[in-house]
Design a protein around this ligand. Structure first.
Ligand code: NAD
Length: 427
């Protein structure tokens, strides 16, 4: 997870660029470059061996002018407050670009769940809530699962919150298990959302989707559902890649007549790592992890990690590539953006392309608050509508003002949030 970039500085630099395009006034810039609030706290947990260990936790509320802060809680041994600050800011822009009435937040705990029992993890979840129960809630800040946190963690947190506040507040947290306030469609939402925006981009470029081929990095939650929907719409995914825990490296699995996600799922571990021997037996070519970016395809879908398309790797992208749909958060570095822009590759930026997850979390909150749960088709239909209209708002602005898609998405998001702050009389 170590990166040469300070993520918060990168988020501020991206914001500054949008603020320049918008000609934003000094107080608005000063407000939006930093979080509104952040909480740093200590969580003492009684461990299984009887000792007590103290974990450090954070919650950053970047902005809530458009609605309660929204964002995940990460459990990670290398968590830093700057990563949490950057992710909180990106959540503000993500909720704004899909025009849902939520702000941006993010939380974290410095810990490694691999080395913690279930009971110890429950202790961290309940301790996290005890430290911040008065500053989060359905009307001010709504957490969700993120890196190494799960629906079970969310349920422990909800239970602690409800115990403290003495009532039922299922809209306090999202990503809950189905039957306990979770929404149908949440598992599919991010990958499907990526493909809804990709479908619209191809329509706009006049490229029939059933004539296209794609290469995908990753085979986790986002990738698996993106691959499924894209292939249902007639596209062909020629490769996916994944991390091999035993070899401590990644591999690309290629099948030129189209990968079979069900077969690959059958030979993948629960972290989305594909077994290379079994894949070879199924007829997949096993190539180095970096090979996904060098394929002769129309579309690239990075759906694994940040900083994968760099100034250097961008030069390996084949001339056939017309669209990059960013499933992952931050897969493209600023110097790679310059290369992509020069080459005229159409980029669907991360906080637009992967906003399906938070959009469905918003639907979960709505369903919880009205205590009535929708059928799968209703959830996915509403998701499609939101993603499609968000894509068109951004692409129309990009065309009108001759902006790179990422810059257009920033301009829309930042201007909506800045307007909300101004209308409220904050600046
Ligand atoms: P995941 O943990 O389910 O899957 C990650 C996949 O990437 C796995 O297949 C893993 O083997 C693979 N991988 C890891 N390191 C790799 C490497 N070096 N090379 C190639 N493959 C590698 O994660 P996910 O939920 O699918 O998330 C993927 C990305 O999308 C992340 O950037 C995440 O922040 C972002 N994202 C996810 C959601 C969501 O709802 N899941 C929402 C928004 C953004």
């Amino acid at each position: 997870m170590k990166s040469p970039f300070n993520p918060f500085e990168m988020a501020q630099a991206q914001f500054d660029k949008a603020a320049d395009v918008l000609g934003l006034d000094a107080p608005s810039r000063d407000l939006l470059r930093f979080p509104l609030r952040e909480y740093h706290f200590s969580i003492p947990v009684r461990m299984d061996d009887g000792t007590t260990k103290v974990f450090r936790g954070f919650r950053v509320q970047h902005n809530d002018a458009r609605g309660p802060s929204k964002g995940g809680i990460r459990f990670h041994p290398q968590e830093t407050v700057d990563t949490v600050r950057a992710l909180a800011m990106w959540m503000t822009w993500k909720c704004s670009v899909v025009d849902i009435p939520l702000g941006g937040g993010k939380g974290g705990v410095i810990c490694d769940p691999h080395n913690l029992s279930q009971r110890e993890q429950e202790g961290i979840c309940r301790g996290w809530i005890r430290q911040i129960a008065k500053n989060v809630g359905p009307v001010n800040d709504v957490p969700a699962p993120d890196v190494m946190t799960s629906p079970q963690h969310m349920l422990w947190m909800l239970d602690e919150f409800e115990t403290i506040h003495g009532g039922k507040y299922p809209g306090f947290i999202t990503g809950k298990p189905l039957g306990m306030g979770g929404s149908l469609g949440r598992t599919e939402a991010t990958g499907y959302g990526v493909v809804f925006t990709l479908r619209e981009a191809l329509k706009q470029l006049g490229i029939p989707i059933d004539k296209t081929r794609a290469a995908v990095q990753g085979f986790g939650n986002v990738s698996q559902y993106a691959v499924r929907l894209y292939q249902q719409l007639g596209g062909k995914v020629v490769c996916v890649s994944s991390w091999d825990q035993a070899d401590q490296t990644s591999y690309t699995f290629r099948k030129l007549d189209g990968v079979d996600p069900d077969a690959l799922l059958g030979i993948a571990d629960r972290f989305g790592g594909i077994d290379k021997e079994k894949a070879a037996k199924l007829g997949y070519g096993v190539l180095p992890g970096s090979a996904w970016i060098e394929q002769d395809v129309d579309i690239l879908i990075p759906a694994a990690l940040e900083n994968q398309i760099t100034g250097e790797t961008a030069r390996k992208i084949k001339p056939s590539v017309k669209v990059i749909a960013e499933g992952a958060n931050g897969p493209t570095t600023p110097d790679a953006d310059k290369v992509l822009q020069e080459r005229g590759i159409f980029v669907i930026p991360d906080f637009l392309a992967n906003a399906g997850g938070v959009t469905c979390s918003y639907f979960e909150q709505v369903q919880c608050n009205q205590n009535y749960y929708w059928e799968l088709d209703e959830v996915l239909g509403k998701l499609d509508t939101k993603m499609t209209s968000a894509f068109h708002a951004v692409s129309e602005l990009a065309a009108k003002r001759k902006l790179y898609m990422r810059d257009a998405a920033y301009v829309i998001s930042v201007s909506r949030v800045a307007k909300a702050c101004k209308d409220r009389g904050w600046v």
